[in-house]
Design a protein around this ligand. Structure first.
Ligand code: MV4
Length: 641
């Protein structure tokens, strides 16, 4: 076995590979760009090497820099992870040339699967089922149109060079064919540098089902069952699971995938992708010659560590198990958490992760920790949650709970969206096909409604607790614990006392009053008395804002103003100091016309700033203090009529 390996990747997959390497006693070498100097994968490695500036083209895709780092560190093998150089035949060849083991298939196997048309011809020869179609070299429009008619409309035109759905065109009848072909060829040329296309019968409501395969250098090939990855959005997988629910063709698909791998002398971990009709009939789509993002669901149902198998096979060992020994145990589901905003067309969201808390009851594969930056340079995936249960319903219940316990602040995330998918009737009954998200748009993207009263209560109590804590700390530091300036319990001692908060969310203002009486605190929200409910909420402070995590939803509320102990009775028109402090800023002069909510003055008390605002439209009649002056609690500060 290797003594030291380099991981030519970043984020969760780099951390994931290192976890197994460490368990096996293998030293790990990380590489990083300037954007990742402080990243978790660098911290977790035994050794790390800078490979270039943030742009992937100059760092994680820089073959020379990575080979250089491997040589410097004395790594005997390189694990490419997924993405980046993982399916780059030149990289696999460069490793070989440098005398370093590429932990993956041969350059020839990568090349054989890289061209989608060639791969399909190869698979056809190996007896793997294909969608009825045409994938020949003759690309003349007249022939392609004749082939489309032979296949039968609707047909799908796909670029030969690319996978992943880019540049595909559905054509309903022969009238639309010529112009769709032209568009597809143009896009194929600009996206892949290769205008060739293939034509297939267009399948309605297909499922994406893929088979995990493994080959060793002794001619053994295994399959590790299938995964259903039908829940996708614009060809981006969102939720994956294993085994595929209600799928009746496992044995046939497993045999087809193994035949596909054997046909190209495949070594290492690979995935054979199929497209399946609702009745289970399946057709080869393409083969991915790498470890995939969703490999953990396969690990959960087989009990195998796929990275360990990769390392053993790459080191020349035989696969340590036979096909008969591999059994499906229970059901596993994975959800991908992204820094993106589902309400803004899934626009990636960048920024600092102010708060990150992951669930205890799920496997969490992540490459970030609290305080990490999500930058625009790389894929915005934050983590993967993976759950396992005896059956699908149990696993799904765990996933809903795990998503509810995933608390991330600082960037927009898809956590709530994922939870809606998991809670949807369509997903619960495994009504799976690649159109699930589109078909359930109305439900999945419904507006979230008003801020729950539990959340407003939680935010007010959290703010109050925070202020009490701040005051207590400042009293401790002042040396005079009994100083009236540091009274923290004054609000509560006074039976009449109460504290008013105004919080704003994107759409509305909410007024929460906390009153301190004999019986303890009593809350009222927007004028209505509040009785505490039973739901839990976690509050996370972020400057002047709070993130409240409640029943799987993150609410962000900003403290707009705060009137401690101040009677909002506007009849007197006189505004008093809510607590002892110092006037630090005046926003108005006597005679000024003000509107309700306008800032009048700012008081500094207990190291906090409190801005006092006009309770109603009116005119400033008197100002009793100048900026810099100390005031006592209850002092009349300003009079508005
Ligand atoms: C198809 C298809 C329907 N009919 N082929 C999209 C990505 C590429 N790998 C294969 N894709 C498709 N090929 C035929 N003949 C529908 C899709 C497709 C799809 C496939 C898998 C997962 C998600 C998808 C989303 C839209 C379309």
């Amino acid at each position: 076995m290797f003594r030291k390996i380099l991981i030519a990747n970043r984020g969760e997959i780099a951390c994931r590979v290192m976890r197994t390497a460490k368990r096996m006693g293998i030293r790990t070498v990380a590489v990083y760009s300037d954007a990742d100097r402080d990243a978790l994968h660098v911290e977790q490695a035994d050794e790390s090497h800078r490979i270039g500036p943030p742009a992937a083209a100059e760092s994680y895709l820089n073959i020379d820099a990575i080979i250089d780092a491997a040589k410097k560190s004395g790594a005997e093998a390189i694990h490419p992870g997924y993405g980046f150089l993982s399916e780059n035949e030149d990289f696999a060849a460069a490793c070989k040339k440098a005398g370093i083991v590429f932990i993956g298939p041969t350059p020839e196997a990568i090349a054989a699967m890289g061209d989608k048309s060639a791969a399909k011809r190869l698979m056809e020869k190996a007896g793997v089922p294909l969608v009825p179609g045409y994938h020949g070299d003759d690309q003349s429009p007249a022939l392609l149109e004749k082939e489309a008619a032979r296949i039968g409309f609707p047909v799908l035109i796909k670029p030969s060079a690319g996978g992943g759905g880019k540049g595909m065109r559905v054509v309903q009848d022969n009238k639309g064919f010529a112009s769709a072909l032209e568009g597809a060829q143009r896009e194929a040329k600009s996206s892949f540098g290769d205008a060739r296309v293939l034509i297939e019968r267009y399948l309605d409501r297909p499922r994406h089902i893929e088979m995990q395969v493994f080959g060793d250098t002794h001619g053994n090939v295994l399959h590790l069952f299938e995964r259903d990855c039908s829940v996708q959005r614009r060809h981006q997988k969102v939720i994956e699971e294993a085994p595929a629910p209600n799928f009746t063709k496992r044995a046939e698909m497993g045999a087809a995938a193994a035949a596909a791998a054997k046909a190209i002398g495949y070594t290492g971990a690979g995935t054979v992708e199929f497209i399946a009709e609702q009745d289970g009939r399946f057709y080869f789509m393409e083969m991915n010659t790498r470890l995939q993002v969703e490999h953990p669901v396969t690990e959960m149902i087989t009990g195998l560590d796929l990275v360990e198998l990769q390392l053993r096979v790459a080191a020349g060992e035989r696969l340590p198990i036979t096909q008969e020994q591999i059994k499906v145990r229970g059901h596993a589901i994975e959800a991908r958490i992204y820094a993106e905003d589902p309400n803004r067309d899934f626009l990636p969201s960048t920024g600092r992760l102010v708060h990150v808390a992951f669930p205890q009851q799920a496997r969490v594969d992540t490459g970030v920790e609290p305080g990490a930056q999500i930058t625009p340079w790389y894929d915005p995936m934050i983590a993967k949650l993976i759950v396992h249960g005896d059956d699908r319903a149990t696993a799904l219940g765990k996933m809903v709970a795990a998503l509810g316990d995933t608390h991330i602040a600082g960037v927009a995330t898809n956590v709530e969206f994922l939870r809606r998918i998991c809670e949807s009737a369509a997903f619960a009954k495994a009504d799976l096909d690649t159109g699930l998200i589109e078909r359930n748009r109305a439900e999945l993207f419904r507006p979230r409604g008003d801020v729950p009263r539990e959340v407003l209560a939680a935010v007010a109590l959290a703010e109050l607790a925070h202020e009490e804590e701040t005051a207590r700390k400042s009293a401790e530091h002042s040396g005079d614990r009994h100083s009236p300036w540091h009274q923290v319990d004054g609000w509560r001692l006074n039976e009449e006392s109460h504290h008013d908060f105004v919080f704003t969310d994107v759409s509305a203002e909410h007024r929460v009053r906390v009153a301190f009486g004999d019986a303890g605190r009593k809350l009222s929200i927007d004028g209505h008395p509040y009785e505490p409910g039973s739901s839990r909420a976690e509050s996370v402070r972020d400057g002047k804002s709070w993130h409240i995590f409640h029943e799987g939803v993150r609410w962000t509320l900003a403290l707009k103003e705060e009137l401690g102990g101040l009677d909002l009775d506007t009849s007197s028109g006189s505004l008093a100091a809510p607590m002892p402090g110092r006037v630090i800023k005046l926003f108005v002069q006597a005679g000024a016309k003000v509107k309700k909510g306008d800032a009048l003055l700012t008081l500094e008390a207990m190291k906090m700033e409190h801005t006092i605002t006009a309770p109603a439209d009116g005119t400033v009649k008197e100002i009793h203090y100048a900026a810099g002056e100390q005031v006592l609690e209850g002092a009349k500060l300003i009079k508005v009529q």
